[in-house]
Design a protein around this ligand. Structure first.
Ligand SMILES: NC(=O)c1ccc[n+]([C@@H]2O[C@H](COP(=O)([O-])OP(=O)(O)OC[C@H]3O[C@@H](n4cnc5c(N)ncnc54)[C@H](O)[C@@H]3O)[C@@H](O)[C@H]2O)c1
Length: 408
């Protein structure tokens, strides 16, 4: 059965941009939030997104037609005939569970239930439902109407039919749909977390300055430096995510102390006007580096034992990629395209590892492990490739994937 009508529950940052992604591909959308005020806020966001598409060349008439595909509703009973319901409410298990129980009460039997959670267990949400086989994770990236990746995450009981319908649906949005097995932070944010934290360790150990780290990352493979990105998303959010990953994965995800210090000083980034950089309070444009922070780092630096190299930023991400492959979190073919589509990297971590040389990559991890410990412990799978004398990882990127990555 085809998916035509989709409910989006939650009209916040993600719900609004998911709604735009849907209407861009011609789906009918029923947008639901707790009250009219929240719905109005969502519609205002949608208007801004469509207006920016018009600025980029979308005809106004086409934008109006897309907008007309969206209807707001206040009651779950209005969602009875949707083919798919995508939930994007607050990141709280009890709120999400209550939403899905309501949906289960009102929607038809074939409706697929998807959550856009960033961190909660799909299996746990589904365990509160009578029919967990139709529950799945569809993890969009912010802003959903522009970012090219959707992680498709089945729970323990998700049926094969739900998985294949969800993948086809995500592809019909002109997205790269990557099947990811459930794990904390899923695939892309798990690997991103290792790289973001390593950037903070480099700074904390005074191996490199703020601008040097950001420039190295951008020159190497990234669309934006890790510290500028942390300022965009907020140090408080970053610390909460880092603590969650640390709790789930252990020592290699230990948050850098500098992040704790920044949160305690309210240096949260763009939203408070000061993070790694300083921002103009009016325009929010970056004016300078946070010199006070750089001085603080210099005064407290514990070791300067290894010279900074851009590769160091990516070694933990590469190693985590091999750990994720070992756990069969995704396929070898999907890993690099997922990171490229999700983060805008110019090349994925596996391609970086091949370019460095797998043996060289292992030897660098070992030498960093001897100095810095657990967070550089080489993944057994990487060791196996090196012991087998492999130079390449035998993966093939499909033409479909290339098309999605290249399309605007
Ligand atoms: N913001 C991101 O970058 C991002 C990226 C990927 C995934 N996510 C996930 O998406 C979800 C939503 O995040 P967000 O940033 O859009 O949050 P948000 O705070 O911007 O929006 C949440 C919306 O949900 C509404 N809501 C709360 N309870 C509800 C209920 N019972 N029924 C209907 N609506 C309800 C709120 O009124 C609000 O409009 C979270 O699970 C988050 O982890 C966020």
């Amino acid at each position: 059965m085809d998916i035509r009508k989709v409910a989006v529950i939650g009209a916040g940052t993600m719900g609004a941009s998911i709604a735009v992604a849907l209407v861009n591909s011609g789906f009918q959308v029923l947008l639901k939030d707790v009250n009219q005020e929240a719905l109005d806020g969502g519609i205002a966001k949608i208007d801004r997104m469509l207006a920016s598409l018009v600025k980029k060349g979308l005809p106004q008439q086409e934008a109006d037609q897309r907008k007309a595909l969206i209807r707001t509703v206040e009651n779950f009973k209005d969602l009875a005939d949707v083919d798919l319901a995508i939930e994007a409410v607050l990141e709280k298990m009890e709120i999400k569970t209550a939403v899905f129980q309501e949906l289960e009460r009102h929607c038809k039997e074939e409706t697929i239930f998807a959550t856009n959670t960033s961190s909660l267990s799909i299996t746990e949400i589904a365990s509160h439902l009578k029919r967990p086989e139709r529950m799945i994770g569809l993890h969009f990236f912010n802003p959903a109407h522009l970012m090219k990746l959707v992680e498709v995450i089945p729970g323990f009981d998700t049926s094969d039919e739900t998985v294949s319908r969800s993948i086809r649906f995500a592809q019909s949005l002109d997205k790269l749909a990557v099947r990811v097995e459930e794990c904390a932070s899923f695939l892309v944010n798990r690997l991103l977390g290792r790289y973001m934290t390593e950037a903070l360790w480099c700074l904390e150990e005074a191996s490199a300055g703020i601008e040097e780290i950001d420039k190295a990352a951008v020159d190497f493979a990234m669309p934006i430096g890790p510290l500028a990105l942390r300022d965009m998303n907020g140090a408080d959010i970053g610390l909460a995510v880092a603590r969650f990953n640390h709790q789930e994965y252990g020592e290699r995800f230990k948050p850098a102390q500098i992040l704790v210090e920044m949160v305690s000083r309210n240096w949260l980034g763009q939203k408070t006007g000061r993070g790694f950089y300083v921002y103009d309070p009016e325009t929010r444009k970056r004016t300078s580096v946070n010199a006070e922070l750089e001085q603080l780092v210099k005064d407290n630096a514990v070791s300067q034992s290894k010279k900074f190299t851009p590769e160091r930023l990516f070694l933990p991400m590469i190693n985590e990629a091999f750990l994720a492959l070992q756990e069969h979190v995704c396929s070898l073919d999907d890993l690099d395209p997922a990171l490229m589509a999700g983060l805008g990297m110019r090349m994925g971590p596996l391609a970086i590892a091949e370019e460095m040389g797998l043996a060289e990559c292992l030897s660098e991890l070992e030498s960093h492990f001897n100095l810095y410990g657990e967070r550089f412990r080489p993944a057994p799978l990487l060791k196996r490739y090196v012991r087998a004398g492999r130079k390449k990882l035998d993966r093939r990127r499909t033409s479909d994937t290339k098309q999605v990555l290249l399309s605007k």
